[in-house]
Design a protein. Structure first.
Length: 273
């Protein structure tokens, strides 16, 4: 029975396909684990939705993942991590739930020298103050400057990851954080690493950019190990992909996010859950 539990998949979800940046790191660190990925492509982005809507979406997806016998749920979506983590944990019960915010915050606090941290994210993530509160809980002397960047997600989803338009928008969004003197900026959305090159060009080489994909993947590895849930097989784990809309688009975007075209995702009527 224990071995059966070990072989169960990790469930990971995002509001769209930005969570594939987290998946890529998770595969690198835990290559033998079986993984199920769900992208809520019908309702992306979550960042412009109400708190009630995000909670409802997250509860539906959690129920879907539980139906697939996952052993751990990784909430790759920053907005869902900010607004719905407690709701997800209530439904998951004994299944461990990991959000992306805590891991990114710990990395940022350890890197800042001048105690001025910037956070960029969706409007909902910024309004929640989840990053600000988590940072101040670790170190109350740190000043936090937040900036919503609502256009970044649709730009990435359209594949506009290296265009002049995206750079111009980034310059407008990031100007206040540069002016504030931030020495660390947290990329508070899973889509943002896809335009990390442009963000780096805009903010310069002296500002540390925190992408929480690696940190949260290491957290997942630690939890699985501590709970004796790590898969013992030496073979590569399986990958299954599900979306709530436009499965054909998944193949195109998987090339952008993962560097290779993955098998077509299966469409799920997530409203049934």
């Amino acid at each position: 029975m224990k071995n059966d539990l070990n072989n169960r998949p990790i469930g990971i979800f995002d509001s769209g396909l930005g969570g594939l940046t987290v998946l890529k790191e998770l595969i690198r660190i835990l290559s033998s684990e079986n993984i199920i990925y769900f992208g809520d492509t019908a309702r992306v982005p979550y960042g412009t939705k109400s708190k009630t809507a995000v909670k409802n979406f997250s509860r539906q997806i959690t129920k879907f993942l539980i139906r697939h016998n996952v052993k751990l749920i990784l909430v790759a979506c920053n907005t869902a991590s900010a607004l719905a983590l407690n709701d997800i944990k209530k439904i998951a019960k004994k299944i461990p739930v990991v959000g992306v915010i805590k891991s990114g915050v710990c990395a940022a606090v350890s890197k800042t020298v001048n105690k001025r941290i910037g956070v960029i994210g969706t409007s909902a993530t910024v309004r929640s103050d989840s990053y600000k509160n988590a940072i101040r809980k670790l170190n109350g002397r740190i000043k936090v400057f937040q900036q919503p960047c609502p256009l970044f997600v649709p730009l990435v989803e359209e594949g506009w990851t290296d265009t002049g338009i995206t750079r111009n928008i980034a310059e407008v969004y990031l100007r206040p954080l540069k002016k504030a003197g931030c020495d660390v900026i947290i990329l508070g959305c899973t889509h943002y690493p896809m335009i990390k090159k442009i963000i780096r060009q805009v903010v310069g080489k002296n500002i540390v950019l925190i992408d929480s994909a690696r940190e949260v993947s290491l957290s997942v590895k630690k939890i699985l190990s501590e709970k004796g849930l790590s898969r013992k097989a030496h073979s590569r784990g399986s990958l299954r992909f599900y979306v709530s809309d436009a499965p054909d688009k998944f193949s195109v975007l998987s090339k952008i996010f993962l560097g290779k075209v993955m098998s077509v995702a299966k469409k799920v009527d997530i409203e049934r859950y």
